[in-house]
Design a protein around this ligand. Structure first.
Ligand code: GSH
Length: 203
């Protein structure tokens, strides 16, 4: 089994944090986007979309999509549960993880792709779209701050996949989108301090 990773990229980071939380060790090959390693014929044969992460099983089966890969490992190693324990919890984690993807992670990736020099010549950049997504992200951080009132974690009252997605999205927002969590977002700041202290945060 091998996990294909992309240097510095948020989606593979979700899988690496997930694996660290489960204490699962998988050989990792890290590709370099700037060198175009994800666009070689060898890699495109695994994922023609040229996107990471990709998990290759020992029989050659290829799994793409971060959440699909994490769900595979959740079934293999159920503890600690990162997609919820009960029927209701599983639905709640699904709900919050999708919200964190659609309301935080996708907008921040759009800010990055449409405004950062790294993507010049690699993608068609529409600066106005990047700026619109930056404004949306500011609003969504305020929304999430309110949602976290009286809550320790985002999904269920235990660290789970939704926290991982939000953590990676906000790390990317601070780094490449220059959008740190504003100081007056007390709930989000408290949550951020707590998840950042986890030993797996650097995975
Ligand atoms: N929906 C996919 C998204 C994968 C994705 O967009 N990966 C990015 C890194 S975060 C990538 O490989 N980008 C390379 C490119 O777009 O050229 C997932 O959740 O895994």
């Amino acid at each position: 089994m091998k996990l294909y990773d992309l240097k510095g990229a948020p989606n593979p980071r979700r899988v690496k944090i997930f694996l660290a939380e489960k204490r699962i060790k998988v050989p990792i090959e890290t590709l370099d986007l700037e060198a175009g390693a994800h666009l070689t014929p060898g890699f495109l044969a695994r994922n023609p979309l040229g996107k990471l992460p990709v998990l290759e099983l020992d029989d050659g089966t290829v799994l793409c999509e971060s959440v699909a890969i994490c769900r595979y490992f959740e079934e293999m190693v159920p503890e600690p549960p990162l997609f919820g324990r009960s029927t209701l919890e599983r639905a709640q984690v699904e709900m919050w993880n999708r919200r964190m993807e659609h309301e935080l992670l996708l907008p921040v990736i759009d800010v990055f792709v449409h405004t950062h020099p790294l993507w010049v010549g690699r993608r068609e950049q529409i600066a106005a779209w990047g700026e619109a997504q930056r404004k949306l992200l500011v609003e969504r951080m305020r929304w999430l701050d309110r949602e976290l009132e009286g809550k320790e974690f985002i999904g269920v009252q235990r660290y789970d996949m939704a926290d991982i997605t939000a953590q990676v999205a906000l790390l990317t927002a601070r780094g490449v989108a220059r959008l740190p969590i504003p100081d007056d977002h007390k709930n989000l700041t408290r949550w951020w301090a707590s998840v950042s202290k986890r030993p797996t945060a650097r995975a």
